[in-house]
Every structure is written in C-alpha cells, then in structure tokens.
Design a binder for this molecule. Structure first.
Ligand code: ADQ
Length: 569
C-alpha cells in the first residue's frame, strides 16, 4: 500500500508555477489615458432580423428528449443575429471548457429565438461524427495575408443543431492540418489568420451580425479588424462582446503580425493604448487588443472579474482592465443540461436523478469495473481536467496519496499539452499501477468523463486560479460532491457544508482557502469523514447539488442584456 509521502516519482515539473509574468505591470499605468473605445459611427436602424437562409436544411439529427421547458422567446425583445468566433466548439473541437461554453450559450440564444452562427477553423481533427450535413457553402474566399492572399473554402454544417461555418485555408502553411488544435510555434499567426478570414467571410458574404461574440486571445483581433478595416468598407453594424476564459494565455507576439494581417503601421498599433504588451515594449498582445477594441469584455465569473482586475490574477492586464473597467464584468458559465444530465445521459449505463439516487451507485460499480478498481465501501474521489499548473497539480498529486491514506479510491482523467507534465503523470501511473484503489487515465476521453462524473462520490478542483470551472458545475448535477479551492468561479458556485453562511439547503460542497497541503486536507478530509460517518448528511449534500440550477438560463439572460446594452449605447 502506498503511504502518504511517496518515495518515488521524482520532483514534479510543475512546482514553480508562479505566474511567469509579474502581477503588476512594469510599465506604469498612464495617468489620464482616455479609454480607447472604438468610435463607431452612430448606430443605424437594425436591419430586419436575418432568418436562416432557406437553402440550409434543418438539422437531420434525432431530437433529444426534453428535460426542462425551453424558455419562451420573449416576443417584445428584438431578435438578434449573433455570430460566435471561436477556436473551440464541443464536441467537435474541444480542448477545454471554452468549447462547452460556446456550445451551450449558442443553443440557449437559439432557444430564445435569436439567430446564431458559429465560425471556427476547419481542423483536420474535427470530430465529424458530430457534424451533420457538412457541405461547401462558400468556395471563393480570398483572405489578405502578407503581400498576397490565401484562398479558403467555407463549409457549413450542423453540430447538434448549432449552425456552424468551418473555414479551410488552402495554403502551404497548413494552419489547421496539424492533427491538434494548439501547441504549435506559429499559434498566434494561425489564429490571427483565422480571425482575419472570419471577418473577410462576413464581409464578402454580406453578413452584418448585430453581435460578434469573440472568445479568448485566438479571436481577439476580430474587433481590431472590424474597427480599423471593415467599418471603413461599410461594415458599421456589428458590436463586439469579448469573453476571456483564461487570462494566462494572451497571444503575445512580435510586430510581424501587423504585416501578416495587413494592419501594418507599427507606430500606431504598438502604442500602449492599443496593442503594446504591458511588459514587453517590443511585443504586441492580442488579448489586450481585444479588451481595448471590444464594446464589452467579460470573464466567466464575477469573482474572477475582480481577481483579474484588482488582485493580481490578470497576468499583466490589470492596468488595461482598470482603464476599460466601465465595459468589463463577469458572467458565471452555464452547463448544457441536455448533454450533462444523469437523467438522459447516453454515456452512462444507469440513468438517475433526485428520485432515483440509488442508481448512481450502479454507475459507481460500472466505473470500478471499467477501470478495474477494487470493489469496496470506499468513496471514489475524482479529478477531470487539463493537467495544467493552473489546476493545482501539486495539490492534486498530494490528494491522490492523502485519499489512499484516508481509505478512499482516486480516479484521475487528464492530459497536458506539456510533455514534461504528461511524462510526470505517466511515471506516477506506472508507480501506482498495481494499486487497486487508483486509476490514472492520461488522455482526453469525453465519454469516460461522463461515467466518472456519474460514478464518483467526490470531485476535486484544487485550482491555483479558476476563472469559472465547469467540472464542479457538472459534478453538482450528477450528485457528485465538489471539494474546491475558494477562488474565482469555484468560490461563486460551491458553498461549504460546515462554514458557509448560506442556508443549509444551499450548501453543496467543501471549500478550502489556502493553496497548501493542510488547506486541501482540511476540506477533502471533512468530505471523506462525512461520507463514512454521516451518510445521511452526505446524501443531503448530493441532493442540494442536484437541485442547483447552473443551466444556461441565467447566463443566457445576462449575455443578452450585455448584447442589448452595447447595441443601444
Ligand atoms: N482529459 C479530459 N477528458 C475528457 N474531458 C475533459 C478532460 N479534461 C477536461 N475535460 C473537460 O473539459 C472541460 C473543462 O472545463 P474547465 O472549466 O476546467 O475548463 P478550462 O480550464 O479548460 O477552461 C477555461 O475556460 C472555462 C470556460 O469558460 C472556465 O470554466 C475555466 O475556468 C477556464 O480555465 C470539462 O467539460 C471537462 O469535463
């Protein structure tokens, strides 16, 4: 049996995980720099709401069972044409939570009667089994790039009812034929190209959305292109909402970007008020550009919005967020309960809900069978996520051994883009291979994740920082009790059973504050004790979680309020 302090495994490669950039900008905040809000021309009357083009057939996929009433489209509210620009979309191109958010939000907006389209790259690794009726929609897109143009084909298809356009460039750079989504030396150029191509597509195809909703640094150049290029060509209608899912990755690059994208004029763009990185005066920062040029900027929880602006979690964008604070806020993500719902989940062998909670334990057995874990009365503690220093890897590793010590079982599902980290967890896996109470699965496996959410008793989210976090929200729906660090969206959504000042029926998990082993043990230890010693109370906690409403209903409303606000301004 492994002991609490392992003797093998070597030094984890993720120990020094302090943000590589200082938390305060080296460049002082300019005293009276006026916000550089794009001076859009006066808002023209809305064009008639664009209904789906008649030639697009309806999605032929079978309807999914309805588990909750769709919110009625409010007749008095103007219907919007909303385009999402995104590098990820679940489940066809998913690396992390951003993919789920675009998938869920787009559907919610559609349910409310708005016309939504999603633009993303046509990666060679798209999951075609989730795309219906894929066909060529636009064959003659020419995108300016350096001193020439790149020919692109645009495909249209439905991803579980969402209308999607996939942009495929034909160039020797093979931007999106790399067998993966991120992790290449030219990532900034790849996504700068995508943003330019998306804007060019909107313009050439005569689409004038009311709202362009961009996600993360990968699409942050779109509002720059809109304001600096396309509005002068007549695209004066769209307003831009920019959502930051993760401040850690900002798309910092050299001035070559400007000649590639046709923006040119380095003396103009490399200005502190526009795109110049707050640390490196010779670099450009795409995320900063997105903040400066968008009409509204959100991150994915109010707590993280404050942490990023005022508490050193903005990875250097703090002064920029201060300058633009009037158009900045946080909206907690939702979960798509048509996908993440144990009552209808096709990936779990036994469906269950509040009234049939016992069937959750059949899934626990199925999970043990599948992962060859010992059959016992022990609780299963799980972690699902990217193996990134953000996720609290030292605490995760500690939790694994602490769980064994406290008579629990541990399941870890994760992967890292960093070879060293993957290697470390492979080492841990080999070290613990014979232990019947541990399973470490390295890789991305959406189907398995459903079974883990359903079969585990406790989900652990020990993040260093967490803009929102979807795993705890999904786990709550599956009656799996979250143990989380009190940070970002985790603090906004999980309320400690013993210490929260919320009413008892709103307490749904365990929370710890300090990023250290004793902090983790205090919360995980209480959760395991409750499981063993107070099973009735533990069950009540599970029920409280299932009763939480983290659907897209509320965030959908919040985003619509933002959209209407920036349209009316
Ligand atoms: N190996 C694996 N196999 C199968 N499924 C896996 C997996 N690894 C992760 N997942 C799934 O991917 C999603 C991850 O959600 P997170 O909230 O952890 O997102 P992430 O940190 O990537 O994104 C950022 O964006 C999201 C969305 O805004 C924020 O919630 C978050 O705080 C921020 O860091 C979940 O649906 C999870 O089940």
């Amino acid at each position: 049996m492994a002991t609490k302090q392992p003797t093998r495994g070597g030094q984890p490669p993720f120990q020094d995980t302090a943000p590589s950039r200082p938390t305060h900008a080296a460049t002082p905040e300019p005293p009276a720099a006026p916000p550089l809000e794009p001076a859009y021309p006066a808002i023209e009357p809305d064009p008639p709401f664009l209904i789906p083009e008649p030639e697009w057939p309806q999605s032929p996929e079978p309807p999914t069972p309805e588990v909750q009433a769709d919110p009625p489209a409010t007749p008095q509210e103007p219907k919007l044409f909303i385009v999402h620009l995104t590098p990820e979309l679940a489940p066809v191109a998913k690396v992390g939570g951003l993919a789920d958010v675009v998938f869920g939000l787009a559907h919610e907006l559609q349910l409310r009667g708005h016309h939504v389209e999603i633009l993303l790259p046509k990666y060679d690794c798209l999951r075609h089994d989730h795309i219906w009726d894929l066909h060529e929609a636009y064959s003659d897109l020419w995108v300016p790039w350096f001193n020439g143009t790149v020919h692109c084909t645009v495909y249209f298809g439905f991803v579980h009812g969402r209308r999607c356009f996939f942009i495929e460039p034909h160039s020797s750079d093979n931007f999106f034929n790399r067998g993966g989504i991120y992790g290449f030396d030219d990532d900034v150029l790849r996504f700068a190209f995508f943003s330019r191509a998306a804007m060019e597509f909107l313009w050439q195809s005569g689409k004038h959305p009311d709202i362009l909703h961009c996600h993360d640094w990968q699409t942050a150049l779109a509002p720059v292109f809109l304001y600096e290029i396309y509005q002068h060509l007549g695209m004066t209608h769209p307003r831009v909402c920019f959502t930051i899912h993760n401040f850690k990755h900002q798309g910092v690059t050299g001035p070559q970007l400007l000649s590639a994208t046709g923006l040119n004029r380095p003396e103009y763009y490399a200005h502190y008020d526009r795109m110049r990185d707050n640390f490196n005066p010779h670099a450009l920062n795409l995320m900063k550009a997105g903040v400066v040029y968008s009409n509204f900027v959100t991150t994915v929880s109010p707590r993280h919005a404050a942490e990023a602006k005022d508490q050193g979690q903005g990875f250097g964008l703090e002064p920029t967020l201060h300058i633009h604070h009037a158009k900045y806020g946080g909206v907690v993500n939702g979960v798509d309960y048509k996908v993440w719902n144990p009552e209808i989940d096709p990936y779990i062998p036994y469906r269950y809900g509040l009234d049939s909670l016992d069937d959750k334990y059949k899934n626990k057995r199925a999970l043990r069978d599948r992962l060859m874990l010992a059959d016992s009365d022990k609780p299963i503690i799980a972690f699902i996520g990217r193996l990134d220093p953000q996720k609290g890897l030292e605490l995760l590793r500690h939790a694994l051994f602490y769980t064994l010590h406290r008579r629990g079982q541990f399941v870890l599902l994760g992967a890292s883009a960093n070879g060293q980290i993957n290697h470390y967890f492979w080492g841990l896996k080999h070290q613990l291979d014979d232990n019947p109470d541990i399973h470490i699965e390295i890789g991305f496996n959406e189907e398995l994740s459903h079974l883990i959410y359903a079969g585990a008793d406790i989900i652990l989210v020990p993040s260093r920082f967490e803009p929102c976090g979807l795993t705890q929200l999904i786990a709550l729906r599956y009656g799996t009790v979250p143990v989380v660090r009190e940070v970002g969206g985790l603090a906004d959504t999980v309320f400690d059973r013993d210490y929260s000042d919320r009413p008892e029926d709103e307490r749904n998990g365990y929370v710890f504050k300090d990023y250290d082993y004793s902090g983790l043990e205090s919360a995980l230890g209480r959760a395991i004790s409750c499981y063993y010693r107070h099973p009735v109370e533990f069950r009540e906690l599970m029920r409280n979680g299932i009763r939480c409403d983290f659907s897209w209903n509320h965030p959908g409303r919040d985003y619509l309020n933002i959209y209407h606000y920036i349209r009316d301004k």
